[in-house]
Design a binder for this molecule. Structure first.
Ligand SMILES: *Cc1c(COP(=O)(O)O)cnc(C)c1O
Length: 349
């Protein structure tokens, strides 16, 4: 018997099946390839650069992001995916001993980090219609707040003025806004940065920049918050963004028009696909992301999940417990892929 071993329920990501010729719409990856500039940076990357450590401050990437967002470099920290940044943010900002608040239905990792880092937390139920109720986060004692906007896996978006009410009412704690899906039609909380120094926004290259495999994400906040999280990062894994990742992510930031184009197309396909599912009688939540949460009609979510998988179409099913058990989360692939999905589902009815 070995003493002291940690026992924890881990986050369970969507499957990464290795089969060929599948439609993989289960983990919200981008439907399109990375930009031409990214592929060029990859082919031109000099292997000999790998001999040295990557830059400590990720200057080039932070500078490119600062220029793009119209903020200062001291307001940005980059990491190994936004999961890395979010985990560091939990460690850095939630040490008061009071419970951190987040919705009962949101990105599953928040609860896992709170458990892992032994941070007390309270899950606030979304409404019957899966809406975040702003008033639930106002006037309630807490040690911090985490909100994904748009939320995952619901896809539902909260307006900037409602986010501001929450940030404003909680100026003694850090409010994290996870903007993993902000490029698909939502409204960023960035304008709040100039007024509030308790807001910390996280973003990722995984979804909108089609670079899930590269592992780059970033956080945006006041220079004070950034210096706190930077110190924690440097106490743990200072070189979390490797030099290949830094150079490719920097190239991605430069290719705005390519990314605006593909993400607009994904948003259009989403709205079309949503109408198609609605026409079949499915309940579909209004999404501002690259996925839809839907409740099938006439068949259980689980049965449809298994049926689609047999047809080599992978969607996400969250298991048969809780409010999500009647729903499937379907990422938005190319128009051709989604047309196939509509045909396959249509054949059942
Ligand atoms: C995908 C996702 C992330 C994590 O993305 P990384 O790949 O780690 O950058 C964070 N938050 C939400 C809500 C996500 O869906």
């Amino acid at each position: 018997m070995i003493k002291g071993l940690r026992n924890i329920a881990p986050y369970v990501p969507g499957a990464q099946p290795q089969e060929k010729n599948i439609i993989k719409i289960n983990t919200n990856e981008n439907a399109f390839p990375p930009s031409p500039g990214v592929l060029k940076a990859l082919s031109e990357f000099k292997g000999n650069r790998l001999r040295q450590y990557s830059s400590l401050d990720n200057h080039d990437l932070c500078q490119a992001l600062a220029n793009q967002l119209g903020i200062k470099q001291e307001q940005i920290i980059v990491g190994n995916g936004s999961d890395d940044i979010l985990a560091l943010a939990f460690l850095s900002f939630f040490n008061s001993g009071d419970a951190v608040l987040f919705p009962d239905i949101t990105y599953g990792f928040y609860k896992v980090w709170a458990d892992l880092f032994q941070i007390p937390f309270e899950e606030i139920p979304l409404s019957e219609t899966f809406e975040l109720v702003t008033g639930d986060y106002v006037g309630r004692k807490n040690g911090g707040i985490v909100i994904a906007n748009p939320n995952a896996p619901t896809g539902i978006f909260k307006t900037l003025s409602e986010i501001e009410q929450i940030v404003k009412a909680n100026q003694d704690v850090v409010v994290i806004i996870d903007e993993a899906y902000i490029a698909f039609g939502g409204e960023s909380a960035l304008p709040l940065l100039s007024q509030y120094d308790n807001i910390f926004i996280t973003r990722t290259f995984s979804k909108d920049a089609a670079l899930a495999g590269l592992r780059v994400g970033y956080g945006i906040g006041s220079p004070k918050l950034i210096s706190v999280i930077q110190a924690v990062k440097n106490s743990y894994n200072p070189y979390a963004v490797d030099s290949i990742a830094e150079s490719l992510a920097t190239a991605a930031v430069m290719d705005t028009s390519y990314y605006d184009g593909i993400n607009a197309e994904i948003s259009q396909t989403r709205d079309w696909f949503s109408d198609e599912l609605s026409a079949l009688g499915f309940e579909v939540l209004k999404s501002k992301t690259n996925f839809l949460l839907t409740k099938p009609r006439g068949v259980s979510a689980k049965a449809l999940f298994e049926f689609l998988q047999a047809k080599k179409i992978y969607v996400r099913y969250f298991g048969d417990h809780g409010r999500l058990s009647d729903y499937l989360r379907i990422s938005i692939g190319t128009r051709a892929e989604m047309t196939k999905v509509v045909t396959v589902i249509g054949d059942v009815f």
